[in-house]
Design a protein around this ligand. Structure first.
Ligand SMILES: *Cc1c(COP(=O)(O)O)cnc(C)c1O
Length: 372
C-alpha cells in the first residue's frame, strides 16, 4: 500500500508536544540504522550542524549536543552539567516549567535562589538586577522562554542583558519556542539553551538537544552529577567520534527529525513557521472570543505557541466532557496547568493550519453543551 493511502490520524493534536507531524516525517522512520555506522553518524552530524544554523548567525561560537530522553531529561542534563557544585543558580519562574527547573536543581543539590513572579506576570527586571548586585555568589541565571503552562512569552532579551551586565552564565529553556519563534541566541546573550525533537521543529518524541556557547561548554567537564545525563561527556564523544552517541540512540527519531528540519526549511524557515503559528493563534483567539471565551493572559504577554482560555463560568461545564466531545470531532486539546485559575489550553504548533483552526472553532461551537 502506498503511504498516502494509509488512514489519517483519528484526531489532530492541538497540544504543545508531542504534536501532529506530517506523514513524511513519520515515513522517514521506516528504516533501521546502525548506531555506530558512518551512515548514521553523518546523519547526526548534519542534524547538529542544522541546529546551530537555526540558532544563530554566529555559528562559530556555538556547538550542540543531542541527548536521549524527553525535554525534561535534557533540561536536567543542562542544569546538572552547567552549574558546578560550588555554583548558585537564580531561577526566574512564572509557571510549572520554571518550577520544574527549581525542582531539578534541588534534586541535584544545587543552591538556588527563586524569583517567582506568579503565573500572570513577567519576571521583575529590577528585582533581578538588585539581586545580582547584592548576591555576588550567584553564578548562573535561568528562565523559560515560552512558559507553556500559560502560553506566556518571557522577555529573554531584556533578561539576558542584565545577566551579562553582571557576568553570569545564562541558561534558557527554549523548549516550546525553538524553531517556532525567530531568535539569534548569540544576540540574546544565551550560553545554553535547550529544546526537544517534538516541539516546534515538528519531529517525533525521543530526544532533546542543548545548543551552547563552545567556551561555556568546555568549562563543564566533571560538573555533571549523573553519568547518563553528563552533557559534557556526551558532547565530547559526539565531537571526537563525529556523531557518535554514548549508549543507544533513538535512531529512527533522529532520522525523522532530520526530515522535520528539511520541511522547516521548505516552509521558508523559522520566520515563515512563526507567521503560520501567529495566524493560527489569531484565528483561534478571534473565533474563541466570538464564542464568548476569555483568554487567561493579557495579549501583550501571549505567545503564538499555546493559548490558555478560562473555563466557562457555568456549573454544567466539565473539562472532560468538553474534551471528549471535541475528540470525537477530531481535535485533542489540553487541560489547563495554571495553579489558581481553571482553564484549558489549545496549541497552535505542529502540522496545523488556519483552516484546521476554523474547523476546530466550528467543533467548539457544536460542543458547548453547557449552553443548551
Ligand atoms: C515541553 C516542555 C518541556 C519538557 O517537557 P517533557 O514533557 O519532558 O518533554 C520543558 N519546558 C517547556 C517550557 C516545555 O514546553
Amino acid at each position: 500500500m502506498h503511504l498516502d493511502d494509509l488512514p489519517d490520524n483519528p484526531y489532530l493534536l492541538l497540544t504543545p508536544g508531542p504534536l501532529s507531524t506530517t506523514k513524511s516525517v513519520k515515513a522517514a522512520m521506516l528504516r533501521d540504522w546502525c548506531t555506530w555506522d558512518d551512515d548514521y553518524k553523518n546523519l547526526v552530524q548534519r542534524v547538529r550542524a542544522e541546529l546551530v544554523l537555526l540558532a544563530t548567525r554566529h555559528t562559530e561560537q556555538y556547538t550542540t549536543v543531542l541527548m536521549q530522553g524527553s525535554g525534561t531529561f535534557v533540561v536536567e542534563a543542562m542544569v546538572g552539567s552547567a552549574v558546578p557544585k560550588a555554583g548558585r543558580l537564580l531561577v526566574l519562574t512564572n509557571g510549572a516549567y520554571g518550577d520544574r527547573i527549581v525542582q531539578i536543581a534541588r534534586y541535584l543539590k544545587i543552591e538556588t535562589v527563586v524569583h517567582d513572579s506568579g503565573e500572570l506576570n513577567t519576571p521583575d527586571l529590577e528585582r533581578l538586577e538588585n539581586t545580582l548586585i547584592q548576591d555576588r555568589d550567584i553564578t548562573h541565571v535561568t528562565v523559560v522562554h515560552c512558559e507553556t503552562t500559560t502560553g506566556m512569552l518571557n522577555p529573554i532579551d531584556a533578561i539576558g542583558k542584565v545577566v551579562k551586565k553582571y557576568g553570569k552564565i545564562y541558561l534558557v529553556d527554549t523548549m516550546s519556542s525553538f524553531g517556532g519563534i525567530p531568535m539569534d541566541i548569540a544576540e540574546l546573550n544565551i550560553d545554553f539553551c535547550v529544546s526537544s525533537a517534538n516541539k516546534c521543529i515538528q519531529g517525533v518524541p525521543g530526544f532533546g538537544f542543548v545548543i551552547a556557547k563552545k567556551q561555556a561548554m568546555m568549562q563543564c567537564e566533571g560538573r555533571a552529577k549523573s553519568l547518563s545525563l553528563d552533557l559534557f561527556d556526551q558532547w565530547k564523544v559526539m565531537e571526537q567520534d563525529q556523531g557518535k552517541w554514548r549508549y543507544t540512540s533513538p535512531t529512527h527519531v533522529v532520522r525523522a527529525f532530520y526530515q522535520a528540519i528539511k520541511e522547516l526549511k521548505e516552509e521558508g524557515g523559522v520566520e515563515s513557521r512563526y507567521e503560520r503559528y501567529c495566524n493560527n493563534h489569531r484565528v483561534l483567539v478571534e473565533g474563541m472570543r466570538n464564542l464568548g471565551f476569555k483568554t487567561l493572559l493579557p495579549d501583550a504577554f501571549q505567545s503564538p505557541i499555546i493559548t490558555s482560555f478560562c473555563s466557562p463560568e457555568d456549573e454544567k461545564y466539565k473539562f472532560v466532557t468538553f474534551y471528549n466531545l471535541l475528540k470525537k470531532k477530531g481535535f485533542v486539546i489540553y487541560p489547563g496547568k495554571a495553579s489558581k485559575i481553571s482553564a484549558f489550553r489549545i496549541g497552535n504548533i505542529g502540522d496545523v493550519y488556519p483552516e484546521d483552526i476554523r474547523r476546530l472553532l466550528a467543533a467548539v461551537e457544536q460542543s458547548m453543551y453547557w449552553k443548551s
